[in-house]
Design a protein around this ligand. Structure first.
Ligand SMILES: CC(C)(COP(=O)(O)OP(=O)(O)OC[C@H]1O[C@@H](n2cnc3c(N)ncnc32)[C@H](O)[C@@H]1OP(=O)(O)O)[C@@H](O)C(=O)NCCC(=O)NCCS
Length: 316
């Protein structure tokens, strides 16, 4: 039986049932299992790209959740065409068509989104064959990395004319426009042929995200003669406060090739009070950023792919 599960209204049993399914998958792939509260926080809130809280269709057997499809859509015009989806089936219930049925059932959660992407197809797992069998094509490949914070790397000297500004929480009024401009320069980071627009921030959207934020955020902004030259953002995990996610990092084209990407990331590491481990994701094609991260001590964990299909091509 497949039916919608409204997570906000769901029973404790169903909330935990959903968690059991995701935890089984993560452990199976040899990754660190997420905390229950961290999953709940992620499912209940808008994400850092502005996608709304998750909606779910679940498959049950004798009442117990044995699989789900998680769907996220965005109200931002730039991503209005796109639905993000993740399908997970408990290992002992696979190869019985449940994944396919869940994927088909997600149509009822859509409101006109014409493209579906999944960003959680881990290389070397059944998800690759499943995605291919269901007509999805690979649009990009990402490398997940982890840094255990020990001795902090040296930041190095800033070239003349540059200045670093750091804050925690909301952007100062006089810098918010420069911050938005810096974030939107992510548009030319290599992300393959994804339909995802990561560069549609406005002062209003940033202020809204700051007002709704459940997690601590740090920003390092690089200025050159008062104009934005680069930016990097780190977000503390709202549940396990010793863990953080290194999000967007960008150096604007005119300022590349001077080691400034490494410099702003190294500088960031000096701000993160209480953080012991940081995770990040970078396009596997972005050799430069991968190299910067390795030089800061990040280690590669695994590769995952983003896959894409047209909603119209979903099997019923
Ligand atoms: C990917 C996943 C959801 C597939 O669920 P499922 O219920 O086994 O999928 P289905 O039974 O509908 O499989 C459909 C087709 O996909 C392909 N497929 C699925 N698993 C496969 C495997 N292990 N090896 C080869 N092909 C596979 C087959 O073509 C299969 O059809 P067939 O069984 O008639 O040969 C499941 O393996 C899973 O939960 N993996 C962990 C979660 C995950 O990685 N999700 C990310 C993807 S969004």
């Amino acid at each position: 039986m497949i039916e919608e599960l409204d997570f906000a209204q769901a029973s404790q049993d169903d909330r935990h049932g959903l968690y059991e399914v995701v935890a089984a998958w993560v452990v199976e792939d040899g990754r660190e299992p997420p905390l229950y509260e961290a999953c709940v926080a992620r499912w209940e809130n808008r994400d850092e790209l502005g996608f709304e809280a998750s909606r779910f269709m679940v498959a049950r057997e004798a009442g117990t959740i044995i699989g789900y499809v998680q769907v996220q859509v965005s109200e931002a015009e730039a991503n209005a065409h796109l639905a993000l989806a993740t399908v997970v089936v408990l290992p002992e219930h696979r190869r019985r068509g449940i994944g396919t049925a869940l994927l088909g059932s997600m149509r009822s959660l859509l409101a006109g989104q014409t493209v579906i992407e999944s960003w959680s197809v881990v290389e070397g797992t059944p998800a690759e064959q499943f995605a291919a069998a269901r007509g999805f094509r690979v649009v990009t490949s990402m490398t997940r990395q982890k840094l255990v914070l020990g001795e902090l790397p040296e930041v190095g000297a800033l070239p003349p004319g540059y200045e670093l500004v750091t804050w925690n929480g909301a952007a100062p009024d006089e810098l918010v426009e420069a911050f938005v401009e810096g974030l939107n320069a992510m548009a030319d980071a290599p992300f393959g042929e994804t339909a995802l627009d990561d560069a549609h921030n406005t002062v209003e959207s940033i202020r809204q995200a700051e007002a709704e934020a459940v997690a601590d955020r740090w920003v390092v902004l690089l200025l050159h003669k008062g104009e934005v030259a680069g930016v990097t953002v780190v977000e503390r995990n709202s549940v396990d406060t010793t863990v953080a996610e290194q999000l967007h990092t960008v150096v604007l084209p005119a300022h590349r090739g001077k080691g400034l990407g490494r410099l702003i990331k190294a500088s960031m590491l000096h701000n993160l009070t209480g953080v012991e481990r940081i995770f990040t994701r970078t396009s596997s094609e972005n050799e430069h950023m991968l190299r910067v991260n390795h030089s800061l001590g990040y280690q590669d964990l695994y590769i995952y792919k983003a896959v894409q299909a047209k909603t119209a091509d979903l099997q019923p």
